[in-house]
Design a protein. Structure first.
Length: 403
């Protein structure tokens, strides 16, 4: 991976990038899709397989970066919908060919070039069914862009926290499916020949395809794991509040199992339907982990903690097992956390059980039952029902240095 990183850096920006005939750094265009089928457990490509786009090509693919085509926006910049030919990846007319997602760097972004390089460095070589596919990149003068496969269902964050016709509540089985897919992606990173620490695992970075298959995206903060006898790498603390492991925040020591903590936070969000951090919740409930951990091992109180949008349609035993797994992932000592391979096995075991869903509960017994049409999140307590306070469910938490 480092060899590829230095190769990209050495090439540098070019004022005249390769022509639109389809220049590829590495192998031929289109080989990654078939490779994914041939290697369902993933692999590290010997040679990067990325299309080098010109800025004019991506400008054409996105209809001059049309505002109507904006899919999202974050610290890096904006992400646009674009169309390309499925075989050559040449730009095509709107509505013709294959949809792609084009991430365009904001020139004023503090994340900028370093994270752009990290994306190319890792996703250019890593291939796995649960990692989003990077199709190519553009580096011309100050223009930095990345081109990904399009994930039609958007992020897990949207489905958990946004309201509206486009975001129906996720069923228990879908939540399990998404959790398993994301866990497999992390397990692949952790067990590869050269370990990779993802470092920014959160609901907004888990993207869903048309079949709700989960794929990890945004490798801007990813780091190579420890080598030799080292147990961790030491680095500046970066990430998103509420998801970063306590040992990393306190010391800057980043372990492979620091990712496991972040997975536990997201699993807790999937169980409760609540954000990891929400300062609009009542005092003592701002941090979901601190508030909910004492409840996770208690079967009776757990029912009150579960997302009311599930309407009781989940196996109580499976929910308890998922809660207990969440507790293990959230252990303060990283050595006490399970490996992601063990997490995958535990989730697959929960999914395999053909337990009959519990009878729908009286929503008045669930704390803070919510109206499906509401655009706000009501705050709930595992001890007593609450209906006070709300926040917009569409707010996106941006990562930042945590100093």
């Amino acid at each position: 991976l480092l060899e590829f990183y230095y190769a990209i850096t050495a090439r540098g920006p070019s004022s005249r990038a390769p022509s639109s005939c389809g220049s590829v750094y590495g192998r031929s265009v289109g080989s990654r899709a078939s490779a994914e089928e041939a290697y369902p457990d993933g692999r590290i490509l010997e040679v990067p397989n990325l299309r080098i786009f010109t800025f004019s090509e991506l400008r054409a693919a996105t209809q001059k970066f049309k505002v109507d085509y904006v899919l999202g926006e974050g610290g890096f910049g904006r992400v646009y919908k674009g169309w390309v030919d499925e075989t050559t990846l040449n730009p095509s007319k709107s509505g013709v060919g294959m949809i792609v997602a084009v991430k365009k760097l904001n020139p004023e972004s503090m994340q900028g070039l370093q994270e752009w390089r990290s994306e190319v460095n890792f996703l250019g070589r890593l291939s796995h069914p649960n990692l989003v596919k990077l199709l190519g990149y553009c580096w011309e003068d100050k223009e930095l862009l990345l081109v990904y496969e399009f994930m039609s269902k958007g992020s897990l964050e949207n489905h958990l926290f946004r309201r509206g016709a486009g975001f129906q509540p996720l069923s228990w089985s879908l939540r399990l499916r998404i959790a398993i897919g994301a866990a497999r992606g992390l397990a692949f990173l952790h067990t590869s020949e050269k370990q990779v620490i993802y470092r920014d695992f959160k609901a907004s970075n888990i993207l869903l395809d048309s079949n709700f298959n989960a794929k990890l995206s945004d490798f801007g903060l990813a780091k190579n794991g420890p080598t030799g006898n080292d147990t961790h790498v030491t680095t500046r603390v970066m990430g998103t509040y509420g998801y970063a492991a306590p040992e990393y925040v306190a010391t800057g020591h980043l372990y492979i199992k620091s990712d496991v903590y972040g997975f536990g936070v997201v699993l807790l969000e999937m169980l409760t339907g609540l954000r990891a951090l929400d300062t609009n919740r009542p005092s003592g409930q701002h941090n979901l982990v601190d508030w909910a951990k004492p409840v996770l091992a208690d079967r009776r109180k757990l029912a009150r903690l579960m997302d009311p949008r599930l309407e009781g349609q989940y196996p109580s035993r499976g929910a308890l097992q998922a809660a207990q797994l969440t507790l293990k992932c959230l252990a303060t000592d990283p050595k006490s956390r399970p490996s992601m391979k063990e997490v995958v096995a535990a989730l697959e075991e929960i999914e395999s059980r053909k337990s009959r869903p519990a009878e729908p509960r009286d929503l008045s017994l669930c704390r803070g039952a919510r109206s499906h049409g509401s655009a706000h999140v009501h705050h709930r307590s595992p001890y007593t029902p609450r209906h006070d306070g709300s926040r917009s469910a569409g707010r996106v938490s941006h990562r930042s240095p945590m100093l």
